[in-house]
Unconditional design. Structure first.
Length: 147
């Protein structure tokens, strides 16, 4: 069973950080204090639990270009079990509720493209925001995924 919960406490924010650090260890992750300051009515930060165990996290809200954004992340050992799809649907619903006409979906690796495709997101609408450091790509440069 997959359970999604919003981040409300410092312990929740620390759990959210732990997922991000696990999935993209080569990038700086905001501190709990920084994350707490970033919380707003528009920004949703979720934790995903599968069978009671932390499995992933996600964030959604107002993007930089007058559109919404959603970034689901799933721990490697929890992938391909519906966690990413559940996160993506919930994050997309949040953005839709904010009234944004578009949704940019960020993924951190190739597995994220599969989540998007499985959730009905056109691969041309999925943007990769970081690639593994071993790929010798400057982290944080957005590049559109080619199918």
């Amino acid at each position: 069973m997959i359970e999604l919960r919003p981040c409300e406490s410092d312990a929740d924010l620390e759990a959210w950080r732990s997922v991000r650090i696990s999935v993209i260890p080569y990038e700086r992750t905001e501190s709990v204090e920084e994350l707490r300051r970033s919380l707003s009515a528009e920004r949703l930060m979720l934790l995903a639990y599968r069978d009671g165990k932390l499995a992933g996290s996600g964030v959604a809200g107002r993007g930089d270009t007058a559109s919404g954004f959603a970034i689901p992340r799933v721990l490697p050992e929890q992938r391909r079990r519906g966690v990413g799809t559940a996160l993506l649907h919930s994050l997309a619903e949040h953005v839709q509720g904010l009234g944004f006409p578009d949704l940019g979906v960020g993924v951190d690796d190739g597995d994220g493209v599969g989540v998007g495709a499985g959730a009905g997101v056109d691969a041309s609408a999925v943007w990769q925001v970081a690639e593994p450091a071993s790929a010798n790509v400057w982290p944080g440069i957005a590049s559109k995924l080619q199918s």
